[in-house]
Write a protein that binds this ligand. Structure first.
Ligand SMILES: [Ca+2]
Length: 68
């Protein structure tokens, strides 16, 4: 339980530190929302990957017949 709290705290500090560093101009941030471009690209990429996975598992497969 403590480990989870420590990990979450570290993630929170990292996130806050990242946003603060971005505000001070340490990271490139084209749209000025406090989230660096690199992070936005990374997240977008991962979301696309996740969507692909969901599509793969939810898509109907025409032409696949039940084995008799
Ligand atoms: Ca941004």
């Amino acid at each position: 339980m403590e480990a989870i709290i420590i990990i979450l705290s570290l993630l929170l500090f990292a996130a806050v530190g990242m946003v603060v560093a971005t505000k001070f101009g340490y990271f490139k941030d084209a749209d000025k929302d406090g989230i660096p471009n690199e992070v936005e690209d990374f997240v977008e990429d991962k979301l696309d990957d996740a969507k692909e996975v969901v599509k793969k598992f939810t898509r109907k497969k025409p032409g696949r017949k039940k084995k008799n």
